[in-house]
Design a protein around this ligand. Structure first.
Ligand code: NAP
Length: 439
């Protein structure tokens, strides 16, 4: 019997559990740990609350979680409640699937001013992540700026723009819906340091901006390259750029019907934040030009009004003591998923924060190949580790309050019972409430 510990119960974690189960069947036991009492990581706290069809993938993970040789071990912080060397005493292989939970910083002056948030924090706030439930963003100003031209920037801009009715079937948490209901925002600027041909936004997500009840997207025609140049783009990006062209052609009469403007401002690189009384009021940006995909400053600076800023420029992984980390890349130091024989990583912890949910699937299957190679070469040592039995003894000696998958189902039931009309669930946003529901 081989004992595998997967740290992190998001997509990368459950695809790894699925792959291990398929490869070794009853010859392996897989324990999926999570620091929260609830599973599914980014599916629960990252994927936008109004994108329920994407969240539906958790049903696939549930099937894995419910199989005989896979267990969920929630409410355990690896590196704090239990160390990696301790887990190595019990498990043949440890697979780190902890994602990239921390915001990258812009590193510009004024970043410490109030009402400036990174997207991990802001998305966590509207998605009910316990670490960010108390974020308390102020939406009483007129102008929000979203920095970055990726899908997270689109999520944030769309959530800020939607009406309460547009959240009909969404699992946005009550505190966020309440705050958004009272929002006074009139303009959302999406700020990108490069041009229309360098956006990271996918067509379906970008197209959604044109279908909002009270907001319409605006693109300055002058920012768009010659249309003939679109032919050189890969098909997905070409489709996205076609959306930008259609936004630039939206007639004034349509804009006039919608009280919120979503301005997509290209060639604008943030230089510094300016504020008043400790809160942000403006972003100073430098105009850029883009040559061969690279932006360079033109020396022309201007201020963009900003009562709220959400910086959506990417993430980095969190260190775990005793595990080698690549500081420059912001993820675990690894060679195709192998950190050391016996310690592996998958998903964003391995590759950095890019790719869709499905990108994690081959990662999970690939790491199982690596584990198998290391088993065959003898690098993992003898197969007589105690797995869960050993871990449970340690956990009970430490008084850890482990949440099982059965406990999670009770939390889920309570969240479903608390849902407002039309919504799939009302999430608990603090750990104590989750534990109470589990008990
Ligand atoms: P992303 O796609 O890498 O986009 C990051 C954006 O931030 C880029 O436009 C980048 O511009 C910009 N940026 C980085 N550093 C900057 C700086 N110093 N100043 C100004 N701009 C800066 O990352 P993401 O939006 O966080 O998304 C992460 C991953 O999750 C992506 O693979 C995304 O597709 C995926 N995701 C998918 C969905 C969905 O499918 N519905 C939803 C959310 C996220 P440059 O290109 O110039 O560096």
């Amino acid at each position: 019997m081989r004992h595998i510990a997967v740290i992190g119960s998001g997509p990368a974690g459950y695809y790894t559990a699925e792959a291990a189960q398929k490869r070794w069947g009853d010859d392996a036991r897989i324990d999926v740990f999570d620091m929260l009492p609830v599973p599914y990581g980014l599916i629960r706290t990252g994927v936008a609350p109004d994108h329920q069809s994407i969240k539906g993938v958790s049903r696939r993970y549930e099937k894995v979680a419910l199989s005989e040789n896979v267990s969920f071990v929630g409410n355990v912080k690896v590196g704090q409640h239990v160390t990696i060397p301790e887990l190595q005493q019990f498990y043949d292989a440890i697979v780190i699937a902890t994602g990239a939970p921390h915001d990258r910083k812009l590193g510009i002056a004024g970043e410490e001013l109030g009402n400036i948030f990174g997207s991990a924090a802001f998305v966590g706030w509207y998605n009910g992540h316990p670490d960010f439930a108390a974020l308390d963003p102020d939406l009483s100003g007129k102008h929000a700026v979203v920095i970055g031209m990726g899908n997270v920037a689109l999520d944030v801009a769309r959530i800020l723009a939607k009406t309460e009715e547009e959240f009909g079937g969404a699992d946005i948490v009550a505190h966020a819906l309440d705050r958004l209901r009272k929002s006074k925002l009139q303009k959302i600027t999406i700020l990108g340091r490069r041009g229309p041909h360098q956006i990271m936004m996918t067509p379906k997500e970008l197209g959604e901006l044109a279908a909002l009840d009270r907001a319409s997207p605006r693109v300055d025609k002058a920012d768009l390259p010659d249309e003939a140049e679109d032919a050189l783009l890969e098909p997905g990006l070409r489709k996205s750029v076609t959306h930008l062209r259609s936004f630039a052609a939206i007639p004034k009469a349509i804009h006039a019907e919608k009280p919120i403007e979503i301005e997509i401002d290209f060639f604008a690189s943030p230089v510094a934040f300016k504020g008043h009384d400790g809160s942000v009021t403006h972003i100073n940006v430098e105009r850029t030009t883009v040559e061969a995909g690279r932006a360079s400053g033109t020396g022309e600076f201007y201020d963009v009004p900003a009562d709220l800023v959400v910086s959506c420029i990417g993430y980095h992984s969190a260190h775990i003591p005793d595990v080698p980390f690549d500081e420059r890349a912001g993820r675990f130091a690894n060679d195709e998923g192998r950190i050391l024989p016996g310690i592996y990583c998958v998903g964003w912890a391995r590759r950095g924060p890019s790719g869709t949910i499905g990108t994690n699937r081959p990662d999970g299957y690939g790491v199982v190949d690596k584990i198998e190679e290391d088993m065959a070469s003898g690098a993992l040592g003898r197969a007589d580790k105690r797995g869960r039995t050993g871990f449970d003894e340690l956990a009970s000696a430490r008084g850890l309050d482990i949440v099982t998958f059965r406990d999670w189902k009770k939390i889920e039931e309570a969240e479903e019972a608390a849902a407002r009309a039309g919504a799939p669930r009302e999430k608990f946003v603090d750990i104590a409430a989750m534990i109470r529901a589990a008990n």
